[in-house]
Write a protein that binds this ligand. Structure first.
Ligand SMILES: NC(=O)c1ccc[n+]([C@@H]2O[C@H](COP(=O)([O-])OP(=O)(O)OC[C@H]3O[C@@H](n4cnc5c(N)ncnc54)[C@H](O)[C@@H]3O)[C@@H](O)[C@H]2O)c1
Length: 389
C-alpha cells in the first residue's frame, strides 16, 4: 500500500519523548493498513546533548534546543508535546495557532482551567488532537469495553478504578517537577488520576458528581541536582523543600448512568508498582483488570456461573482488539510501549480520515471537568456536580 508521509516534531526528549518517537516509527510496521507513514523531522530539548542524542538515536532529520523550531518547521504537520506540564500551555497554544495537529501528554493543562484553554484553542484552530491515555488501549481493556457495550454485564451497578504507583514512595526521591504545583499543577489528581478517570468514563460513562479527598504524606523532599530531577532519582542529604501538590487522591463518584464508583490514585504507595486497574460490576457479570498483568483479565458472567461460580481468567488473543498487530498467539502478550504504538496508530488514522478520534481534547476536557469537581469538593467537603468548563 502506497503511504503518504507525515512530518512529526517532538518537544521534550525525556522518557516520553523517546517512547513516542519509537512508537511513531513502529506504526507502519505494526499497522500496515495505516495510510500515513510518520517521518521524524525534528526533536527539541532544552538540554542540547539530549536533543542531539535523540536525533541520532531515533533518526530525526534535525534537532534543536528551542521548542519554537519544532512548531516553525514547515515539514512538521504533527507536534507531539512530551515536555513537563509547565510547558504544555505555551507550546500547545503555539502549535494550534500554527495549524499543526497536536498530541499533548496528559494531564494536558496543569489545572482543569488550563486544560480547557488548550482544548478551546485546538478546537478553534480546527486541528486534530490526541492525548496519552495509553492504558485504555490494552487489548484486555478494549475487550472489556466491547463486553460492556454488548450488555454482557447487564446495567452497571458499581465501578472501582485505581492508579497505584510507587515512584515517589522513597522519602529520598527528589523534588522533581512532578511534585511542585507551579511546575506540574495537580499532583496525583493530574499525573495519575487522569488515566483512572478516562478509563472509568470510557467503560462506565460520564460522571455526574463526586466527593473527594487528598493528602500529601511526604511533606518535604531533597532538592534535585540540576539535570537529574527525573521521575526516579533519589538523593540523601542536602537541602530539603516543600512538596506542593498531593501524593494521594480518592473520590466517590456517581455516574450519570446510575452506577456508583470509587476512584483512587497514589504515588507513594508501598507494594503495588504499576497497579492501574479497575473492577466493573453489573447485574449480570463483572470484569477486573490490572496493568501489572496487562495481557489478561478476569471475567464473571452470571449465566456461566450458576454451577461453577467464580471469575475465570481470560488471556488476550488475536481475536481481541489490537493484539494481533503484535503477536499471532493467545497469551503472547504486549508491553507498555506497544500501547503507545496503538495510540499513535489511532491518531494517524484520525489525521488520515480528517475525523477527530478518541481520546482527543474533548475527552481530556471531560476528564478535567471531573478533576475540577474533585478539587472543589476538597474545599467544600461536600458532593460537587461535574460542570462544564
Ligand atoms: N502517558 C503516560 O503513561 C506518561 C508517562 C510519563 C509521563 N507522561 C507525561 O509526559 C510528559 C513528560 O514526562 P516525562 O516523564 O517524559 O518527563 P521527563 O522529565 O523525563 O522529560 C521531559 C523532557 O523535557 C525537556 N524539557 C524541559 N524544558 C524544555 C524546554 N523548554 N524545551 C524543550 N524541552 C524541554 C527536559 O529536558 C526533559 O528531557 C508529562 O506531561 C507527563 O505527565 C505520560
Amino acid at each position: 500500500m502506497a503511504k503518504t508521509k507525515i512530518g512529526i516534531g517532538v518537544i521534550g526528549m525525556g522518557w516520553m519523548g523517546g517512547v513516542h518517537s519509537r512508537a511513531y516509527r513502529a506504526v507502519a510496521d505494526r499497522f500496515p493498513d495505516c495510510p500515513l507513514e510518520a517521518e521524524l523531522v525534528i526533536c527539541a530539548d532544552e538540554v542540547a546533548a539530549r536533543a542531539r542524542e535523540a536525533q541520532q538515536r531515533f533518526g530525526f532529520a534535525r534537532s534543536a534546543t528551542d521548542w519554537q523550531a519544532v512548531i516553525a518547521d514547515p515539514q512538521v504537520q504533527v507536534v507531539l508535546i512530551t515536555a513537563p506540564n509547565y510547558l504544555h500551555l505555551e507550546t500547545a497554544l503555539a502549535a494550534a495557532a500554527a495549524g499543526k495537529h497536536l498530541l499533548c501528554e496528559k494531564p494536558v493543562g496543569r489545572s482543569p482551567a488550563e486544560t480547557a484553554q488548550i482544548a478551546r484553542a485546538a478546537q478553534e484552530a480546527g486541528v486534530l488532537t490526541c492525548t496519552g491515555f495509553n492504558y485504555r488501549w490494552a487489548p484486555a481493556v478494549q475487550r472489556a469495553r466491547q463486553l460492556i457495550g454488548e450488555g454482557k454485564l447487564g446495567p452497571l451497578t458499581h465501578y472501582r478504578g485505581r492508579l497505584f504507583v510507587g515512584y515517589a514512595s522513597d522519602p529520598r526521591s527528589v523534588l522533581s517537577w512532578r511534585l511542585q504545583r507551579e511546575q506540574a499543577g495537580m499532583g496525583a489528581l493530574g499525573d495519575l488520576m487522569s488515566h483512572a478517570i478516562d478509563m472509568a468514563m470510557m467503560l462506565a460513562g460520564p460522571v455526574a458528581k463526586v466527593v473527594g479527598q487528598q493528602e500529601t504524606f511526604i511533606k518535604e523532599r531533597p532538592v534535585a541536582t540540576p539535570g537529574q530531577g527525573d521521575h526516579y532519582a533519589v538523593k540523601s542529604g542536602g537541602p530539603m523543600q516543600e512538596v506542593s501538590n498531593e501524593d494521594y487522591v480518592g473520590a466517590l463518584v456517581r455516574f450519570k448512568g446510575g452506577a456508583y464508583g470509587v476512584l483512587e490514585a497514589c504515588r507513594i504507595i508501598q507494594g503495588p508498582q504499576s497497579e492501574i486497574g479497575f473492577e466493573v460490576h453489573g447485574t449480570q457479570g463483572s470484569i477486573r483488570w490490572n496493568f501489572e498483568r496487562m495481557n489478561e483479565f478476569e471475567l464473571y458472567l452470571a449465566e456461566e456461573g450458576a454451577i461453577d461460580p467464580g471469575y475465570r481468567r481470560v488471556l488476550t488473543s488475536p481475536r481481541h482488539p489490537f493484539h494481533g498487530a503484535f503477536s499471532p498467539g493467545a497469551g503472547i502478550g504486549l508491553g507498555y510501549e506497544d500501547l503507545k504504538v496503538i495510540e499513535a496508530y489511532n491518531f494517524l488514522q484520525s489525521i488520515a480520515s480528517g475525523i477527530q478520534g478518541e481520546p482527543g481534547f474533548a475527552t481530556v476536557l471531560a476528564v478535567a471537568e471531573v478533576q475540577d469537581a474533585i478539587e472543589r469538593s476538597w474545599k467544600t467537603e461536600r458532593w460537587e456536580a461535574v460542570c462544564s468548563l
